[in-house]
Design a protein around this ligand. Sequence first.
Ligand SMILES: *Cc1c(COP(=O)(O)O)cnc(C)c1O
Length: 410
Amino acid sequence: MLDIERLREETPGCSEVIHFNNAGAALMPRPVLEAVVDHLELEARIGGYEAHDAALDKVEHTYQAVARLIGAEPDEIALVENATRAWDMAFYSIPFQPGDRILTSVSEYASNVISFLQVARKTGAVVEVVPNDEHGQLSVEALRAMLDERVKLIAVSHIPTNGGLIQPAEEIGRVAREAGVLYLLDACQSVGQIPVDVRAIGCDMLSATGRKYLRGPRGTGFLYVRRSLVPQLEPVLLDLHAATWVAPDRYEVRGDARRFENWESYVAGRIGLGVAADYALSVGIEEGAARLRALAELLRQRVAELPGGRVHDLGKERGGIVTFTLDGIAPETIKDYLASKRINVTISTVASTRFDMEARGLDKIVRASVHYYNTEEEIDAFIDALVDLRRQGPEAVHRLMAERAGKRKV
Ligand SMILES: *Cc1c(COP(=O)(O)O)cnc(C)c1O
């Protein structure tokens, strides 16, 4: 059983806001915050390089903690500045030939698709979207039917940025392994939210970020690359950390996954990332996932009961991201009104998951993403606020907020 009261006490933000923006950036627990601040203070006191030297063990620990979190080994982990760069370092390092096929999901994230399109234009590889099944998740059957010797990569997002859907990552992994095709999993929303084990999933590469469900600091991310693949994957970018200049005309690339890193880094953030991984493990990933999924289901049910409430989440298995609209009220108005009540949500737009949102005729949806530290009382307050908004009508709300903004300026 999770001790929610204690977990909330350890989370300074819980007394400030109702935070349903965990898919954007979750609230850091105090141990993470303290680890980051302590290191920044050490840098200020004794110097950045000297502070790094003094904290080498802590930085090394982060590789171990992150590896443990996802069932990998420390030498398979690269620490980078965000999930996108982690994903990029893997994806752009794959040598594509004309006619190579890249298979991806309907719910793929914009940055990944932009990269597919760029590489397709440059190399003559082709991008193909695997259709969904009747649950709105990637159809494993369709994926299997699309395979041939020209498929070079299967790249999918485990949990998309815009909804509760949890893709069948393990089934996809089985198909990829049977076919001997590279499998890159964007686990940005799943690490810290649900159990993620690279061996069980069978992915070759996995990218994730620190600040989302993992509750780490911003500006942190990591890449996992299966050990036997590391030497075969020459990083698209190199520097004097990823490689060594061993003779005037020669360099040698590192043998471990740190070949995908670069030299200068946010050391305090890296330390904080390790503490966040430790924290997630100590809370219990299974327990945390069970709770946040139950909270999300409750939230979906309550929103669907509102007049004009529409929940947009797909999938047989659903996680902590809840997306919805209210008929006749713009998503921006909902977000702004909730913000005026210190309730945090974001808006997912078509530009971040275009394949999916266009297919469903959606332009903008409100994204309310819950974590295990949220409560049923917060869901009550959230629903009360939406009922209030409906009663007042958008015009009254705009007036109210304009007034409030005017007051703030004085
Ligand atoms: C947020 C997100 C990313 C990007 O992560 P960054 O850390 O911002 O680079 C990638 N994929 C998905 C599915 C995301 O939700």
